[in-house]
Write a protein that binds this ligand. Structure first.
Ligand code: SF4
Length: 281
């Protein structure tokens, strides 16, 4: 059953007037952000602080997860000038930490690995001290694509598990075990690069399932974890099954830290890129 009324702790306001400067920069450089495409509730707060998560390789996804607002459409050819424009935005914003993600591009032979690597290289050229975090799709389990991305030496490699295995039907085309393997492979291929993952709560999972999933993520060698509340982007999306109390988020954070995660962000408004600079202290 869909829960319609948000509780008091989920009343953050979006104020577009706060975004004018960021909107101008992103527009002039023809860049997309997941902040906007995913209708992130933190957009005013993050844009005010000149933080954004860049969405490279277009706005169209080759999958159609039932929780996601990114459009499932025919993807466009890659834009070879995009890495340099992302780098220019990083330079102009003087970012100490940047997060870069993409829609799933199953149409590309390498899943977009070379474009991720080119974006890291372009940022390193103009802003060598910026910490670069990549949030990547599952690359259909390709070790070669993963190694190509890791060879660009991002500071953090992220891949979200999103939800518990019983609910994976809402992640069209995804596979829980394959996503866990990607986390483990990333850790094994490049132990010096910390691996990060994230899950959403409120999709219909049980307490035991959450704890088991957190433990399974940690068992891959993953160091960082984000835990946030799922908010349905529209009535067409998977309905919110529950609004999780802030104290429950604290309990899951403590449980994850006990398992050995180096840093965990857990709270109703946490998204994998929210306060991303905190993970590495
Ligand atoms: S939390 Fe992440 S996706 Fe949301 S607005 Fe902030 S940077 Fe963008």
């Amino acid at each position: 059953m869909q829960v319609r009324r948000k509780p008091g702790w989920l009343q953050k306001k979006v104020s577009p007037a706060d975004h004018a400067e960021m909107d101008r920069l992103l527009g002039s450089l023809q860049l997309n952000t997941v902040c906007r495409e995913a209708a992130c509730p933190n957009i005013s707060e993050c844009f005010r602080q000149k933080q954004a998560t860049f969405l490279v390789m277009g706005r169209a996804c080759t999958r159609s997860c039932r929780f996601c607002n990114v459009s499932a459409d025919r993807p466009l050819p890659l834009d070879s000038g995009e890495p340099a424009r992302v780098a220019e935005a990083v330079r102009q914003l003087a970012l100490a930490h940047v997060v870069i993600t993409s829609p799933t591009r199953d149409d590309l032979a390498d899943g977009g690995a070379a474009h991720f690597a080119a974006t890291v290289a372009a940022i390193r050229r103009v802003s060598p001290h910026t910490a670069i975090e990549l949030l990547i799709p599952d690359l259909q389990g390709s070790d070669g694509s993963l190694q190509l991305i890791l060879a660009s030496y991002p500071d953090i490699l992220g891949h979200n598990i999103e939800t518990v295995p019983r609910l994976y039907a809402i992640r069209a085309g995804a596979d829980y075990e394959r996503s866990l393997r990607l986390l483990q492979s990333a850790h094994e291929f490049a132990a010096a690069i910390p691996v990060k993952s994230g899950i959403m709560l409120g999709l219909g999972e049980s307490d035991d399932e959450v704890l088991e999933t957190i433990a399974a993520i940690r068992a891959t060698g993953c160091s960082y974890l984000s835990i946030g509340q799922y908010l349905a982007p529209s009535r067409r999306h998977h309905p919110v099954a529950a609004f999780i109390e802030p104290s429950e988020f604290d309990r899951y954070r403590d449980a994850a830290l006990q398992l050995g995660f180096a840093h965990v962000e857990s709270g109703p408004y946490v998204r994998s890129s929210y306060h991303a600079e905190r993970y590495q202290g």
